[in-house]
Design a protein around this ligand. Structure first.
Ligand code: PLP
Length: 360
């Protein structure tokens, strides 16, 4: 495997890749329904929820759309401190929804206090917040945000994008009072891209039933009708579901707390290394991501040259994203990677830095 230290798509285990090559089954067959059923049941454990999980043949952005189409009839609040919070807000506006924006400097977290202030007297349908901003390497305190929303505005639903933290950093849907949590397959789940998962609780389902123009493909009410029959309204991504079924077994065998600890150890090492080697960290202390590190490129490393050097050893890192692209780059440490893999990357990066920036 050629380790990709990028925040998705990430390397996929060989057996999981192979699982996709199993023969197709008709999706309305008993055999497929069984696979679908157990995949959904196992997925719930990763969300730490007893609620339903919709398995969608789309990437995570589709579920940004699902959230606003199903849950917003009046107005929503978009929390924006990175490129993906901004995208969710744009998705809301382009779907014709009314959305206010709570935006901070991208180097600052969205705090519970900021949200409490922003929702005062507003009665928003939902507050949409990204748990782990993949652009900035910053984790927002969604547990505290959810508590603040429920205290100030009990009918407001809390919707969380956990695309790049799900199964890599602690997130407990039911215990934290999250009403909808969405994720994509190609990040910490370490599956190929193309699948996304949304856990939706009963409060959110009750709201969806009252919202008009939910569309067809992502309509929660339609999805639920089929899910209870272990199926989907449209053709599912069979091969990806075969892979999901196996990968969920692998993840549950590792244990979620062990998995979180593995990601945490990699984050601490990557972030310590960055500071020791003359780089800055884009996100502030206390809010740094467990799954992706965004480095301030203080030494002015040419990331293209660095990657050319790393690629000779079958590794790569990721460039910056959004408007911070020119002065940041990212080390993804998620999915199948472990500390030993990271040490190999960091040693190679040190070698690159030692021989100067023309080593490619
Ligand atoms: N949200 C976050 C935090 C992301 O990192 C990404 C993609 O990188 C998305 C949403 C969009 O997900 P997808 O590319 O699966 O549509």
């Amino acid at each position: 495997m050629a380790p990709m230290f990028v925040p998705g798509p990430v390397d996929v285990n060989e057996d999981v890749l192979k699982a996709q090559t199993k023969a197709m089954l008709p999706h309305r067959s008993k055999e497929f329904e069984e696979i679908f059923h157990r995949s959904e049941e196992k997925s719930r454990k990763l969300f730490f929820t007893d609620s339903r999980v919709f398995i969608s043949a789309s990437s995570g952005t589709g579920l940004h759309e699902a959230a606003v189409r199903n849950l917003v009839s009046g107005k929503m609040l978009s929390c924006v401190n990175g490129a993906f919070g901004k995208r969710w807000h744009d998705v809301a506006l382009t779907n014709g929804k009314l959305a206010d924006k709570l935006e901070t400097d991208w180097q600052q977290p969205i705090t519970a206090e900021l949200v409490a202030e922003a929702i005062k007297g507003k009665n928003y349908d939902i507050v949409a917040v990204v748990h782990n901003e993949t652009s900035t390497g910053l984790m927002n305190p969604v547990r505290e945000i959810a508590a603040a929303v429920h205290a100030a505005s009990p009918d407001t639903l809390v919707c969380v994008d956990a695309v790049s933290s799900f199964s890599g950093a602690d997130l407990k849907m039911d215990a934290w009072g999250l009403d909808m949590v969405l994720t994509s397959s190609q990040k910490c789940l370490a599956l190929p891209p193309g699948l996304s998962l949304a856990a939706v609780n009963d409060r959110a389902m009750a709201k969806a039933e009252t919202v008009e123009n939910r569309g067809w493909y992502f309509d929660f009410v339609r999805l639920e009708k089929h899910r209870t029959a272990d199926s989907t309204p449209a053709t599912p991504a069979n091969s990806l579901i075969y892979a999901l079924d196996l990968q969920l077994d692998r993840i549950l065998a590792e244990g979620l707390e062990n998995r979180f600890a593995r990601h945490c150890a990699m984050a601490q090492r990557a972030q310590g290394w960055a500071l020791e080697n003359g780089f800055g960290l884009y996100a502030p202390e206390g809010y740094r991501s467990q799954t992706v590190t965004t480095l301030e490129n203080t030494p002015g490393v040419n990331v293209g040259d660095l990657n050319a050097f790393l690629l000779k050893r079958d590794m790569r890192v990721a460039g910056g994203y959004g408007h911070i692209k020119s002065h940041t780059f990212r080390i993804g440490h998620m999915g199948e990677l472990n500390l030993d893999d990271l040490e190999i990357l960091l040693a190679a990066m040190e070698e690159y830095l030692a021989v100067g920036h023309n080593a490619a």
